[in-house]
Design a protein around this ligand. Structure first.
Ligand code: CP3
Length: 338
């Protein structure tokens, strides 16, 4: 699998490419399968249908990796917080975690109640062509904690930051609980058939650097150490979004660092390209225009100059992007620079 080779820094015949949120509403096939499930969570919990949407981008785009169709919030869901996704609003939890006593309401061993995830991975790996990789994933402890504390998507993270500065020991306990869950959850995903694993820290950039290193990055490093020892053949990708200003402070025992579109790839390579294989980082909105997209893609390929590298967007595919451009982008990356 050229995707796995690239993750471990081995030379590949072409640059592998996949897109965050590559299975989603911009694909009519996704919308059709989603209509057959009761709702978004129903789709995540149905291995037959989840497998179907996981495979769609492989057939439609010819990307080099499929990513498990699921959501980072299934772990807090299975901790008993009562999750719903509401049209035009995003996720909302029935219960929040705001105090020490709320921690005792969390149901332990959530990772034992996500068999639908492991089944989806096994089914998908069985159907996926041999040369395509399957990526499993989870949310980072800090990002999951923000949803559990706020109860919904947030812009200010007021409750989370209040806990961080006024009640750090409570936040540390919550992060430690999540850390244990996620080690087991990712390990189970590896055993079920994932060839690579990814940790999404979507709200890394919400914290000041010192706070992020202590409350965000440290738990990720702990998960990375655990996985490196237990599954050395499975590369780990970490995507801390919004940390370009202190990228050089990030070290850790994992293979691939995901770069968002807030920092030029040439600069990221200079800062951490010796430490990690890089993945990224085309601004998703360039896909609105084929020329802007091609220019952006070529700039990234030039910056990487044939180094082992994984091409991706700098964040998720948007629901209204034209699929033709996504298809064209895969061709551009596979063709490489003249
Ligand atoms: O990348 C993929 O194709 C795999 C599937 C995947 C989804 N969510 C499916 C999804 C992955 C890897 C995620 C991760 C995820 N989920 C993150 C981290 C990545 C990031 O985007 O920063 C976060 C923060 C979430 C939480 C989440 N899930 C939110 C805030 C929302 C609502 C916003 C939205 O786009 O509607 C979701 C819903 C969600 N997760 C959808 C999909 C395809 C849209 C649901 C639908 O079909 O309507």
């Amino acid at each position: 699998m050229i995707f796995i080779d690239a993750c471990f820094g081995r030379a590949t015949s072409h640059t592998p490419v996949w897109f965050m949120r590559q299975a989603g509403r911009y694909l009519s096939e996704y919308r059709a399968t989603r209509a057959r499930a009761k709702d978004f969570l129903g789709l995540c919990k149905n291995p037959e249908l989840a497998c179907e949407v996981t495979l769609q981008p492989i057939d439609i785009l010819d990307v080099d990796a499929a990513i498990l169709f699921s959501d980072i919030l299934v772990i807090p869901l299975e901790m008993g917080l009562g999750l719903g996704f509401y049209e035009g609003e995003g996720p909302r939890f029935a219960q929040t975690v705001r105090s020490e006593s709320d921690l005792s309401h969390l149901q332990p061993q959530a990772f034992t109640r996500t068999n639908y995830v492991y089944e989806t991975l096994a089914k998908t790996r069985a159907k996926l062509p041999q040369d395509k990789a399957l990526i499993g994933f989870c949310g980072a402890p800090w990002t999951l904690a923000t949803y559990m504390i706020e109860g919904e998507s947030s812009k200010q993270f007021a409750h989370s930051k209040h806990m961080l500065y006024a009640n750090p020991s409570t936040l540390k306990k919550l992060l430690a609980i999540l850390c244990e869950e996620l080690k087991n959850y990712l390990s189970m995903q590896a055993s079920a058939g994932a060839n690579a694993l990814m940790i999404f820290d979507s709200w890394a950039g919400a914290l000041a650097p010192a706070a992020y290193l202590e409350f965000g990055w440290q738990p990720i490093c702990e998960i990375a150490d655990f996985l490196r020892a237990k599954h050395p053949e499975i590369p780990l990708i970490v995507f801390p979004k919004g940390v370009g200003a202190f990228l050089e402070m990030l070290t850790g025992n994992f293979a691939v660092l995901g770069i968002d579109w807030g920092i030029p790839m040439a600069k990221a390579r200079k800062l951490v390209g010796e430490r990690f294989v890089l993945q990224g980082n085309l601004e998703p909105a360039t896909l609105y225009d084929a020329n802007a997209m091609e220019q952006g893609a070529h700039e990234i390929l030039r910056a990487m100059n044939g180094q082992p590298f994984i091409f991706n967007l700098g964040h998720g595919m948007l629901p209204d992007l034209p699929r033709e451009n996504a298809q064209k982008l895969v061709e551009i990356v596979h063709k490489g620079l003249a």
